[in-house]
Structures are given as C-alpha cells and as structure tokens.
Write a protein that binds this ligand. Structure first.
Ligand code: MF3
Ligand code: CO
Length: 251
C-alpha cells in the first residue's frame, strides 16, 4: 500500500503534543458526564476544552459533520450527532470520540463511559473493547505486519462472543485525520503492510454485544447503529510505531 507517511523526529514531537492534549480533554470531559446532561452539553464543553489547549476541533465541518465531539449512546456505534434533546440517562453507555489538531498535527481518540448503574453485560462489553485495543497493540511494532494488529483485536473479541464492526476501520493519522493505511479490527487473510518506526496510527475497535452488522442513519446522515439493536462500545488511541513497544500518544 502506498501513501503511508513516516513521521520525522520533529513531527513525532508534534504528534506527542497533540496526543497529550487530547488525553487531557478526554479525561476532563469524561469526568463531566452525568445523567440529565444533553449530548449537546458535552459537545459545547468538549469544544471549549479543545480550544483552551490552542487546538482546533478536527471533526467540526469534516465532510459536513456539525459538531466537535461524536457522542454515541447504547446501540449507537459511532458518529452520534450532539443534540439538546438527547439526554443522557442513568444506565447508559456513552461513547465519546474526539479529534483535535494542534500545530498542524492530528490526534484522534475514543472512550466509552458507563453512566451510573450499568448492567454487568454492558460493563463487560466496555472492558473487552478496551482490552482488545491493548491485545492489538502488542503486535504494533516494527517488523510486524499491520494485520497482526487486526487479527489480535478481532480474535480477542470473537472468542469472547462479541460482534466486530467491519464497516468502519482505524487509520493512519498525521497532518490529515485520515491517512493510509486503513486498519480493520477483524481477522484478515492478507498480512497488510510492514510496520515501520515513525508510522502513527489510530487504532479503534468498535465492538457489539450482538452481531457486528451496522446501519447508517438515513435521517441525520451520520449516526451508525447496531443492526440488531445490541449495545456497542468504542475505544481508540493514536499510537506511534517504534522499534520496540508502541507509544500510546493519546493516553
Ligand atoms: N473519529 C472518527 C474516526 O476515527 C472520525 C469522526 S467523523 C467526523 O475516523 F465527521 F466526526 F469527523
Ligand atoms: Co479514528
């Protein structure tokens, strides 16, 4: 595959800065989520936090997306559009996906939060989704192939009975939010590209309790939901490939 950018030492430093700032935004926003808030409230707060770090919200206006944070509740997988009349309730699981650009470089990360009293099965889903990311990045090092990551994430979730979303993937990231390569979360037949130090990747498993099939909203043009109505979780970080262990930039 062509078009994969290898970052210079200077660019890596800028990617580190963007990642650290995004981690702070996520931590702050995560602490604010509470029943009774609207998804719009979270977006307002999220945009404010991003701008305070001297960064630009990368999602705002991206292919016409109207907000700075994607807020996806329960059976919503990703790309939920914040609304004043969408109220967060006790027992919801809420995925926050946030991207920012700092000094020309992108960072992208997502977390799923449990709000109040959440079912055991929902908590398990959130944990397995996060764990699958860490399983995947065990293979994220120079000399391995891209799909070693995909296979590790995919098998981890499938073996535990979860559905892996196949219609959406992770991606390279840098001066653009979406760069090559695409990074599937599902086991692959091919090996994928060779991993090289200086690659920066956004790895983002999207995992469902039920089947992995998803529906793309025809009403708002964005919201992706599980086809079977089951709960979905999302976990994403921007990472750096090195000779040894990967660096997780947005944590
Ligand atoms: N964070 C998403 C991704 O990883 C992008 C969000 S789509 C947007 O690809 F329109 F909200 F930007
Ligand atoms: Co992403």
């Amino acid at each position: 595959m062509s078009g994969v950018t290898i970052k210079s030492q200077r660019e890596i430093e800028l990617m580190r800065n963007a990642g650290r700032l995004l981690a702070e935004v996520h931590n702050r926003l995560g602490e604010e989520i509470a029943p009774g808030m609207s998804t719009y409230d979270l977006d307002r707060l999220g945009e404010e936090l991003i701008r305070k770090t001297d960064s630009i919200p990368s999602f705002l206006g991206y292919e016409g997306y109207p907000a700075s944070v994607c807020v996806s509740i329960n059976d919503e997988v990703v790309h939920g559009i914040p609304r004043k009349d969408r109220i967060i309730r006790d027992g919801d699981i809420v995925s926050l996906d946030i991207g920012l650009i700092h000094q020309g470089y992108n960072s992208d990360a997502a977390r799923t939060h449990a709000v109040g009293n959440v079912s055991r099965e929902a908590l398990d889903l959130i944990n397995v989704t996060r764990e699958s990311f860490f399983e995947g990045i065990k293979f994220a090092k120079a000399g391995n192939h891209l799909h070693d990551i995909s296979n590790a994430i995919g098998y981890y979730c499938i073996e535990r009975g979860y559905g892996v979303v196949r219609d959406l993937v992770g991606h390279g990231i840098g001066q653009e939010m979406h760069e090559s390569p695409q990074i599937p979360n599902y086991p692959q037949k091919r090996k994928g590209i060779l991993l090289v130090p200086g690659m920066t990747l956004a790895i983002e498993p999207m995992i469902n309790i039920g089947r992995g099939d998803v529906t793309f909203s025809k009403t708002d043009g964005w919201t992706v939901t599980t086809e079977d109505g089951s709960l979905s979780a999302h976990y994403e970080n921007t990472i750096l490939i090195t000779e040894g262990e990967p660096e997780i930039l947005s944590l």
